[in-house]
Design a protein around this ligand. Sequence first.
Ligand code: NAP
Ligand code: ZN
Ligand code: ZN
Length: 349
Amino acid sequence: MAKIPAYAAAEAKAPLAPYTVERREPGEHDVLIDILFCGVCHSDIHQARDEWGNSIFPMVPGHEIIGRVSRVGAHVTKFKPGDMAGVGCMVDSCRDCDPCRRDLEQFCYKGAAFTYNGTEMDRETPTFGGYSTQVVVDEAFTLKVPEGLDPAGAAPLLCAGITTYSPLRQWNCKPGDKVGVVGLGGLGHMAVKLAASMGAEVTMLSTSPSKEEDARRLGAHDFALTTDEASLEKLADRFDLIIDSVSAPHDYNTYLAMLRVGGVMVLLGVPPEAIPVQAFSLIGGNRRLAGSLIGGIKETQEMLDYCAAHNIVSDVEVIPIQTVNEAYERVLKSDVRYRFVIDIASLKK
Ligand code: NAP
Ligand code: ZN
Ligand code: ZN
């Protein structure tokens, strides 16, 4: 066991503060990663503040991890010391159940081992995330990060990237499709970049007028202010696909009305409260409401390779870990352009 510097929330709503975690000695199939950067996902905030009611404390958040492999176990074949590696939302699963065999480990019937706020598959050992200097992960759940990708910009691909790539693939996003993206934050800006790279005509649906210019720079063809009724009405029956990345309660029915006949709205955001959906919002126009949770390991690797081939990374604001609590407050004010990424070197000082 090694003692590793980290930042943790001691209890719900407590500010994050310096903490020490124990990491196991790398086993035969493990890699030890020296973490370089870790993204700040809105899910870190929901969980550190126990907004989903399932939090385990002390909690070291962070599931957008990029680092260099510093040591590998005897049976590791994918990695060698010095390789760039990534870890996303999961560090293990049973690998044997139906979803695991279908490369959908996030739905493992035994319960995937999530990177933090969970346990390893022994269901005893707590997992701690990437707001720390090192992590030990089985190579099967460690991603190969193409060297061409900027490491700070690539960190958010491990959650925001795969979470938006997966539904675009599941719903066959193709050139000419009209795609609406609701909420321009960490997930939203990746949805815009990825959908545009797949040839879709993207409309940004945002509550922040100040983000219009950025939305267009990121690849959106159109921008609608969702606080303006008149501009929403013009979008009726328009989209093949809507990706909803909003973290707070909002009216799904408003957006369902913007789908073409047979169109799909995919929920990615997880507002803490339930939101009512009118039956007529779906029945009218055979509209579909779906959800999507991150993506499996195989698809995450595919997404990283796709991003390297298309030169896509996140737009990031790199911060020292000492300012993470302020960063959380700014995320809550929708004031992030468009992902905070912690420079883990700041934790070693
Ligand atoms: P984020 O960076 O905070 O972005 C959320 C965006 O939603 C904001 O930038 C804002 O965009 C919009 N928004 C915020 N409050 C709003 C409100 N009251 N009404 C309307 N729009 C509002 O968060 P994120 O990291 O992208 O995560 C977004 C959500 O996805 C979170 O709930 C997170 O937990 C969830 N998530 C889900 C998965 C999954 O697998 N499904 C994975 C990761 C994260 P505008 O300023 O443009 O309006
Ligand atoms: Zn996340
Ligand atoms: Zn399984």
